[in-house]
Design a protein around this ligand. Structure first.
Ligand SMILES: Cc1cc2nc3c(=O)[nH]c(=O)nc-3n(C[C@H](O)[C@H](O)[C@H](O)COP(=O)(O)OP(=O)(O)OC[C@H]3O[C@@H](n4cnc5c(N)ncnc54)[C@H](O)[C@@H]3O)c2cc1C
Length: 389
């Protein structure tokens, strides 16, 4: 309505139109079936790679080097099809490729980034554990130094792409370096090929949300990797948290795609569904719902566009990302729920995209920092007091 996309550059508009066209032809005709079957076709990875969408905001190593805004727009168009599709791209680019790009050795970058950009190798990111979700620093996974190797033990829960991954970025507590004066246990990232002995995965089934996405447990039992598997250039929670900031940024845009799809479905339905001799769009109560949905969509777009430009200028702060993720996912979910009411009984079937998006956004509200955790991050930024514990 406000023509917010008019401010995109021609390259950003081209990416938007390319992704929109791709999902329209390749994903939308199939997505309800994938969702119902609880599958994500692995072949999608190469198709997304061919489009240049994997690690698209990274430079070099076969990555597209697009602007942060272009990456956001791509996330929005992918999630207009399904949050599972956007999750695949987010995890691959922001959670698996980004740490290798930002914190990896030259050898790790050259080995993994080009095949990951092409979608020939799939990555996952293992931070959460069964007992440590919002508080990941409490993790129990350890990596013990043994000669020239590390031996990793522990498990990671709720890991997107886990069961289809070729490589896992696993965050673990390591022993203090022998001979160093540091007494504490440090968190370090490890690049672990999933074929490594002692590494296995178990898919988490019976999900009612993000069904077109693989979610798994990673299990490491005396999983021995050479010391060079450690990401050399980051230590402590800054490593995983900076990856999460990247992925959360994509969600700020992505959630609006799901919301837009639900708004459009509701508007279309309201114009054609007749009760009391009139389209339900002609009733004031329906119009109020549609107007509120359109308002929040436009406001969310403005917020995403602002964050995109801040990120492109290198000025995006973690609290900016929290502000965007908290608002846009919360409002997107509200839009999907409202759209569901407009569709009445039809709103509960997979014939329409609404309940699929709505259920997906329940996961999006929780992963990459729950709405409560983003509220606490913002609370701390505003007041100067941390209220996490
Ligand atoms: C589909 C899906 C995919 C995922 N993919 C990945 C992945 O690829 N990699 C990965 O590492 N993780 C992944 N996750 C895990 C996700 O990041 C966690 O679920 C999330 O961090 C929340 O952790 P939790 O589920 O253990 O909830 P908990 O941390 O147990 O929280 C439960 C509730 O308590 C609230 N709470 C917690 N602490 C506080 C507090 N201090 N104050 C107020 N309220 C609080 C939370 O906000 C929440 O409402 C995924 C999750 C899902 C559902």
């Amino acid at each position: 309505m406000l023509g917010i996309d008019d401010e995109l550059t021609s390259d950003e508009r081209l990416i938007r139109d390319t992704v929109r066209d791709f999902v329209g032809k390749r994903v939308l005709p199939e997505i309800a079936t994938w969702f119902e079957a609880g599958t994500f076709p692995k072949a999608m990875a190469r198709e997304l790679g061919e489009l240049g969408l994997l690690g698209m905001h990274l430079e070099g190593y076969g990555c597209t080097g697009a602007s942060a805004t272009a990456y956001g727009v791509a996330c929005r168009e992918l999630e207009a099809a399904d949050s599972g599709l956007r999750s695949f791209v987010s995890v691959q680019g922001s959670l698996a490729m980004f740490p290798i790009h930002a914190f990896g050795s030259q050898e790790q970058r050259e080995e993994w980034l080009p095949p990951m950009a092409r979608g020939e190798a799939i990555g996952c990111f293992g931070l959460t554990e069964w007992d440590f979700g919002s508080e990941p620093a409490g993790m129990r996974t350890t990596a013990r130094r043994d000669g020239g190797d590390y031996v990793v033990n522990g498990s990671k829960a709720w890991i997107t792409n886990g069961g289809i991954a070729d490589v896992a970025i696993v965050w673990a507590h390591v022993d203090p370096t022998p001979g160093s004066t540091s007494s504490g246990y440090d968190v370090r990232g490890f690049v672990i090929p999933t074929t490594t002995r002692g590494f296995r995965t178990q898919n988490i089934e019976r999900k009612m949300s993000l069904r077109a996405s693989v979610t798994s447990e990673l299990i490491m039992e005396d999983c021995r990797v050479p010391a060079r598997a450690m990401l050399p250039n980051v230590s402590g929670m800054r490593g995983p948290l900076s990856c999460l900031s990247e992925a959360r940024y994509g969600i700020v845009w992505g959630a609006l795609g799901a919301a837009r799809a639900c708004y459009e479905a509701a508007l279309e339905y309201a114009k054609t569904r007749v009760q009391w001799g009139k389209p339900i769009a002609a009733f004031q109560l329906t119009q109020e719902k549609l107007v509120n949905m359109a308002l929040e969509l436009q406001k969310g777009q403005l917020l995403a566009a602002k964050l995109g430009r801040l990120k492109d200028a290198g000025e995006l702060l973690p609290q900016h990302v929290s502000l965007g993720k908290l608002n846009n996912v919360r409002e997107a979910l509200a839009i999907c729920r409202e759209a569901r009411t407009i569709l009445g009984a039809s709103g509960i079937t997979l014939e329409y995209p609404v309940i699929r998006h709505m259920n997906n956004l329940e996961s999006v509200l929780t992963y990459e920092g729950t709405s409560e955790i983003h509220t606490l991050i913002l609370g701390q930024a505003i007041t100067g007091h941390a209220a996490f514990a």
